[in-house]
Design a binder for this molecule. Structure first.
Ligand code: E4P
Length: 224
């Protein structure tokens, strides 16, 4: 299972990379805006800085919503670095743009997936990744993990090579649920990745080991 971090914050990206378990990054226009990144040149420079911080797989989203603007933007984004994966929304022109870009060897992540039908269409068009937004489905009392499972099953039926990239992950249990149903990738906020570390019995157990070791050292010192 691949771990991507879902942020445009360079410090978080570098910290996750330092942990040694990061496989990529996803951004979106909201995450870029949150970091105060705007304007073509600043956006390109920021994507380049992200690419320089990780090994591969940096999703960079187009802003245009018609076919011509999406393929033009996609080609410009792909030229920034060969780690770039162009992120295209699941709309009619987006499907055509996925086909165009993937035919030219540019990797595409189809975003804003909320149904299995949309995921099927994106795979048919040649997307490298599809991003079902599980948290946003859970928010409206729908079942996000069930959608991930359904897409994984459909892709297995037909041998699609498109990878299921579970997105809009809100907490650590979402990540575990994605792993259980076979998502290829999970993109998570920094705190969700770090949340995997935590268990109070680990902390308690370690404190006890260190305490016992200390006591044994003292006893040996006194005896010696
Ligand atoms: C995916 O690539 C999106 O950037 C992201 O996961 C959306 O998450 P949100 O629903 O928390 O905004």
């Amino acid at each position: 299972m691949k771990f991507f971090i879902d942020t445009a914050n360079l410090q978080e990206i570098r910290e996750a990379q330092d942990l040694g378990v990061l496989d990529g990054v996803t951004t979106n226009p909201s995450l870029m805006a949150k970091e105060g990144i705007s304007g073509d040149e600043q956006v390109k420079a920021h994507y380049k800085a992200i690419c320089d911080s990780v090994d591969n797989n940096v999703s960079a989203e187009v802003i245009g919503t018609n076919y011509e603007s999406m393929i033009e933007e996609g080609e410009i984004l792909a030229q920034i670095d060969n780690k770039i994966v162009v992120k295209i929304p699941m709309i009619k022109d987006g499907v055509k743009a996925i086909k165009y870009l993937s035919n030219r060897g540019i990797r595409v992540n189809c975003t804003l997936i909320f149904t299995a039908g949309q995921a099927l269409l994106a795979a048919k068009a040649g997307a490298s990744y599809v991003s079902p937004f599980m948290g946003r489905l859970d928010d409206i009392a729908s079942d996000g993990v069930a959608l991930i499972q359904q897409i994984v099953h459909i892709y297995e039926n037909y041998g699609f090579t498109t990878e299921v990239l579970a997105a809009s992950i809100r907490h650590t249990m979402h990540l575990i649920q994605c792993a259980e149903v076979g998502a290829d990738v999970a993109t998570c906020p920094y705190k969700v990745i770090m949340g995997l570390l935590n268990h109070p019995l680990t902390d308690k157990g370690l404190a006890k080991f260190l305490e016992d070791h200390q006591k044994a050292q003292q006893a040996a010192h006194v005896a010696g």
